[in-house]
Design a protein around this ligand. Structure first.
Ligand SMILES: Nc1nc2c(c(=O)[nH]1)N[C@H]1C(S)=C(S)[C@@H](COP(=O)(O)OP(=O)(O)OC[C@H]3O[C@@H](n4cnc5c(=O)[nH]c(N)nc54)[C@H](O)[C@@H]3O)O[C@H]1N2
Ligand SMILES: Nc1nc2c(c(=O)[nH]1)N[C@H]1C(S)=C(S)[C@@H](COP(=O)(O)OP(=O)(O)OC[C@H]3O[C@@H](n4cnc5c(=O)[nH]c(N)nc54)[C@H](O)[C@@H]3O)O[C@H]1N2
Ligand SMILES: [Mo]
Length: 686
């Protein structure tokens, strides 16, 4: 069990848990609160929303979430049941690019998974981890145990990461890439594979659209040009390309770090092109579109209610979404910019399970945007930085205090979450909070009781049983043996075979992108802040900064107040090459300022010899719950103070650049709470 799960008792018993609904009793962010009843809290929210819907449209209400977590389908349903409120989540830079680019290019619905399991008689022979710390993150429906097991069958493990990690240690080939240049590497590999005729000719001829155009596109991406862009050795680029094309089946485990870039979507598309021309899509041991498994139907619970016609458009990203039939994505970066400019129609914000002050770029700008809202309501377990900004705070029950249905992304199983203890004070479950707000504003879509709501999900298309029965059963699983490979050779997607795309083929050249006025072929775009694109700026801000490598003890901004977890790491640290550090007079453990055009934060230096001298890495989502409000130190510690929210972001989906900025550093005065003995102890755990 992971450290976070093992500390759950400290989580549920924590003295700082939110116990009652609260109403702001002073300036926003003043930390002054008044206890109110649930009735008053929900009534205040419902009244405001009804006014907005009557005067404007549901789009004037923003309902927001965080990363994929168990409760997400409830606020999602709440947003749709209003007729279609605006919505915000980290999806525009996390996971949705992977899903949507796979859908646009070849699958129609759902992403391509690494086939770790061997059910088709083959395991991956060459695995690219581009990049991921799966052993820490267990991210996005992929489990580290499957990955580690499958490595027994692999010949090559290729890790593409600017930073040394546990995985780069065991890699056959570690490509220490310059942050933000992954698409160039993929196009360079395609160049070598096409030039050396290592591609899968029968598959390319019969099942891909636009191969000749792709061939033209990758022509300039010679190993020497790509080496110049990526800082990788030419022979390593060629070696990686040959491994991927020859030692098949080959797979690419795509990580969030390549999506959190201004060219994120095309980067993902370039990876899918690599998979396609080498014949690795839908092949056992390759990249497979998961067939809808048990988990999917309860996910549909979020999308049941239909949108009002006048709420279907109006936001960037929506065009892509519409073509794909999702119709759900707002463009959070645009929203924040419009709030600051005073042109946004959004008047109320409801956040449930997400913290945009920490997860969106440019925290100071997000704070400024939030200031202009008429009503902010936040449902959380703790007084998070986001909750500190709210007008109404709603206390949420922990998973151990909740009856609910859980699905691990749409894969394998749904399981019963059975309440183990009662929630403290008057905390309610996420399902109950949404149901009770929903009953007040959109009764047609909501239920008398939470048990009715659970029954409805199970009865819809999923388990076909009631909650009480399911709670006893505990789990409904699929083994995965019903996986279908080579779906394009069957009637699965199309009668007579083919892919569910406009051309019926894998669209290397995307006809959907063409229609949207986007580049139909994948390309590399130099990061907007870099030694190559902005050499002037690079003279003042000479280091390339990437952020966000996951830690086993924390989940983004969470758990800094849990004693066991915090004891592993008291402070944020930034990784830097020893010689670079020495040139600034910085030693291990020193507090340093890290500064970009947006602002500066303070973290402790950790010297890492495996880094490139020109690159560094800062941890994200830091704050100090023990410190003064309103920010809990966020504006001095969180890496997103440094990131830019300049528009337009990624042309297809709007992602900002989290993983590639220009920064400068300097030695900082040490903090009061600095303690070298603790730092020494923590270092040993790195
Ligand atoms: N610089 C930089 N920034 C990043 C990233 C990066 O790599 N670098 N990563 C980005 C990514 S990929 C993501 S997905 C986002 C994540 O962003 P978020 O999901 O917003 O981050 P969290 O801090 O995990 O969660 C936000 C809040 O949800 C609350 N919460 C937890 N569980 C529940 C629950 O069950 N119910 C309710 N109601 N509340 C709950 C927590 O207490 C916390 O206050 O961050 C992004 N930000
Ligand atoms: N314990 C824990 N688990 C988590 C989370 C957490 O906060 N804590 N967050 C969850 C969420 S929402 C997500 S999205 C996943 C993410 O999970 P992963 O995708 O595994 O993300 P990271 O740990 O950030 O690992 C990615 C690596 O990207 C590298 N990197 C940075 N910039 C670049 C670049 O430009 N190019 C390349 N090739 N590599 C780069 C970093 O050095 C880092 O080692 O984890 C999930 N699981
Ligand atoms: Mo994420």
């Amino acid at each position: 069990m992971c450290a976070k799960g093992l500390s759950a008792i400290q989580h549920i018993d924590h003295p700082d848990r939110l116990l009652f609904p609260l109403k702001r009793d002073g300036e926003r962010g003043s930390g002054k609160w008044k206890r109110i009843s649930w009735d008053e809290a929900l009534g205040t929210i419902a009244n405001k929303w009804q006014t907005i819907i009557a005067e404007d449209k549901p789009l004037g209400i923003m309902i927001g979430q965080g990363t994929g977590r168990g409760c997400n389908r409830y606020p999602y349903r709440l947003a749709r049941s209003l007729g279609g409120s605006s919505r915000t989540s980290p999806g525009y830079f996390c996971l949705l690019p992977r899903i949507w680019m796979a859908e646009v290019t070849c699958t129609g619905q759902g992403r391509l998974y690494v086939d770790y399991h061997g059910w088709g008689g083959e395991f991956p022979k060459t695995q690219f981890v581009w990049p991921k710390q799966l052993e820490i993150s267990n991210a996005d429906g992929e489990m580290a145990v499957w990955f580690i097991e499958s490595l027994k069958h692999a010949k090559n493990l290729v890790v593409i990461d600017p930073r040394p990690t546990a995985l780069t240690d065991r890699a056959t080939l570690w490509l220490r890439i310059r942050p933000g240049t992954d698409a160039a590497l993929a196009l360079g590999m395609l160049h070598v594979i096409i030039e050396e005729e290592l591609y899968d000719k029968p598959f390319v001829d019969q099942w891909t659209h636009g191969f000749d155009a792709l061939r033209e596109r990758v022509k300039p991406y010679t190993p020497s040009y790509v080496s110049h862009i990526t800082w990788l050795a030419q022979q390593d680029i060629v070696r990686a390309a040959r491994m991927f094309a020859v030692d098949t089946p080959s797979t690419i485990q795509i990580g969030q770090a390549v999506e959190g870039h201004l060219n994120g979507c095309q980067t993902v598309r370039s990876f899918i092109c690599l998979m396609a021309v080498t014949g690795n899509i839908e092949r056992p041991g390759g990249m497979v579109n998961w067939i809808p498994a048990t988990g999917t139907p309860i996910e549909d619970f979020g999308t049941d209610p239909d949108l009002r016609d006048d709420c279907k458009t109006g936001v960037i990203g929506e065009e892509v979404a519409k073509l794909l039939g999702h119709r759900s994505a707002a463009h959070p970066g645009t929203w924040i910019n419009e709030m600051v400019a005073g042109t946004s129609k959004v008047r109320a914000l409801h956040m449930q399970g997400g913290n945009p002050l920490q997860h969106m770029p440019n925290s100071s700008m997000v704070a400024e945007a939030l200031r202009k809202l008429e009503l902010i309501s936040v449902a959380d377990l703790f007084m998070s930085p986001m909750a500190q900004w709210a007008d109404i705070v709603l206390p949420v029950a922990h998973a151990l205090e909740t009856d609910d249905i859980f699905n691990t992304h749409p894969r394998f199983f749904i399981s019963a979450v059975n309440k183990a203890v009662e929630p403290p004070g008057e905390a309610w479950t996420d399902a109950k909070i949404c149901n009770e707000i929903g009953k007040r504003v959109a009764p047609k879509w909501w239920f008398d009781t939470v048990e009715d709501l659970l029954d409805a999900q199970l009865m819809a298309k999923g388990a076909n049983m009631k909650w009480k029965e399911f709670a006893k059963l505990g789990c409904i699983a699929k083994t995965g043996k019903d996986q279908i490979y080579y779906k394009y050779k069957t009637d699965y997607w199309r009668k007579g075979g083919g892919f569910p795309t406009p051309t019926g083929k894998v669209e290397l050249f995307s006809t959907i992108f063409e229609k949207l006025g986007l580049d139909p072929l994948p390309d590399f775009v130099e990061p907007n802040e870099s030694p190559l694109s902005t050499p002037e700026l690079a003279r003042e801000y000479p280091l390339i900064l990437t952020t966000g490598g996951r830690r086993p003890f924390f989940f983004h901004s969470q758990y800094r107040q849990i004693p066991w977890l915090r004891s592993f790491q008291e402070w944020p640290f930034a990784e830097i090459h020893p010689e670079t550090a020495a040139s600034y007079g910085i030693k291990e453990g020193d507090w340093i300022w890290i500064e970009t055009l947006r602002g500066r934060i303070k973290q402790r230096a950790h010297l890492v010899a495996g880094l490139d001298r020109r690159c560094m890495h800062a941890q994200h989502a830091w704050w100090y719950p023990e410190r003064d409000r309103p920010y809990g130190g966020l504006l001095r510690a969180s890496a997103n103070v440094l990131a830019s929210n300049e528009l337009p972001g990624d042309p297809a989906m709007g992602a900002p650049s989290f993983r590639c900025m220009l920064c400068k550093i300097s030695l900082a005065e040490s903090d009061q709470e600095d303690d070298s003995a603790i730092w020494d102890r923590e270092r040993r755990l790195f």
